[in-house]
Design a protein around this ligand. Structure first.
Ligand SMILES: Cc1cc2nc3c(=O)[nH]c(=O)nc-3n(C[C@H](O)[C@H](O)[C@H](O)COP(=O)(O)OP(=O)(O)OC[C@H]3O[C@@H](n4cnc5c(N)ncnc54)[C@H](O)[C@@H]3O)c2cc1C
Length: 304
């Protein structure tokens, strides 16, 4: 990640503005406010604002006149209850705003999360920086044989280096052409047109604001092993931010979402039969082979 000295000075100046407020704040969030957290080779996440804390969830759930909080254990218990029963509206009372720098192909997945507010850097207005994502050699892998949307075996380092050089060569060439098109010698082509040949690994930036309920929905989908590595690493860093911001909520989220699995009605029947010691197989259950395999994997049992 390459922040200019001017950008660093702006962040430092913003961090030094003393604030006085009666609103609830979170010491751990104040400590990380505005600071960029590196992700991938040039990307970052910065928290630029947040509203609410664990107490705000409890306060809304109790529709309280004061803070609404009682003993820590009672508040944590209430948050766990709300999470367990998907009583989600109290979580919508908290909001967080990020400044994120991310490759275009990651942004394309990210933007599908519609319950957020976004304002993106305009490449019609400004010239894009010469920064493109190049995967680490350890991330260059073959097409997965089992998951049509995923990666399989890591390619050997010699071949991976060649792949990397192709990524680098193409991105560099396209960026050179972009610069040429923008130059007066090439007629100063409009920025909105000059950009159309750029590669998907170019970085973009946006401000992204979301409420806590939808933020956790985003994290559950994008921190999941099924999500592409390049978006997953952002989600994983954001889970650390979640823990700093709303620790009781983050613990309940890990318990009832991240570490949990939804059993279908058919799966529950299988589970009950297994608990009764019955010899259940995929064939004598109502589950498809895929459902069976998923269930056995979750239970840590062999599929056969
Ligand atoms: C591993 C993975 C693979 C994926 N693969 C593909 C793919 O191949 N192709 C593809 O197109 N997408 C793909 N997606 C994107 C996925 O289908 C969702 O669009 C994305 O995850 C956003 O989820 P969401 O709609 O629940 O979130 P949000 O847009 O944030 O919405 C949150 C919730 O609000 C509600 N909501 C929002 N908007 C509407 C609406 N208009 N109508 C009704 N309810 C609404 C829904 O309950 C929704 O769950 C993939 C996502 C993941 C995580």
């Amino acid at each position: 990640m390459a922040l200019t000295p001017e950008q660093r000075a702006e962040i430092a100046a913003q961090r030094n503005i003393p604030q006085q407020t009666s609103r609830p704040t979170v010491a751990a969030m104040e400590a990380l406010l505005f600071e960029p957290i590196d992700v991938l080779d040039h990307g970052f996440i910065r928290v630029v604002d947040y509203m609410g804390n664990d107490g705000a969830i409890v306060q809304a759930a109790r529709v309280s006149y004061g803070t609404g909080t009682r003993r820590v254990s009672e508040d944590a218990g209430l948050i766990r209850y709300l999470m367990r029963h998907r009583h989600s509206s109290p979580f919508e009372m908290c909001e967080i705003k990020f400044h994120i720098k991310l490759p275009l192909f990651v942004a394309r997945q990210w933007i599908r999360h519609r319950m957020a507010n976004v304002n993106e850097y305009s490449a019609r207005y400004s010239v894009l920086d010469k920064e493109f994502y190049l995967p680490d050699l350890s991330q260059i892998a073959t097409q997965s044989a089992t998951n049509n949307q995923g990666r399989g075996e890591v390619i050997n380092p010699v071949q991976a280096q060649e792949v990397l050089e192709i990524f680098r060569r193409d991105a560099t060439k396209c960026y050179q052409d972009y610069e040429e098109l923008l130059s007066p010698e090439q007629g100063s082509v409009a920025r909105e047109l000059a950009r159309i040949n750029l590669t998907l690994n170019m970085y973009t930036q946006w401000y992204w604001k979301i409420d806590l309920h939808n933020f956790m929905h985003f994290l559950a989908l994008r921190a999941d092993p099924h999500a592409q590595y390049e978006i997953r690493v952002y989600a994983e860093k954001m889970i650390e931010i979640l823990k700093a911001w709303v620790p009781h909520t983050a613990a309940a989220f890990e318990e009832y979402r991240l570490g949990a699995y939804n059993f279908s009605a058919g799966m529950l029947k299988v589970l009950r039969r297994l608990l009764e010691g019955e010899a259940v197989t995929q064939e004598n259950s109502s589950l498809t082979k895929r459902e069976w395999n998923e269930m056995m994997a979750v239970l840590g049992r062999s599929s056969s």
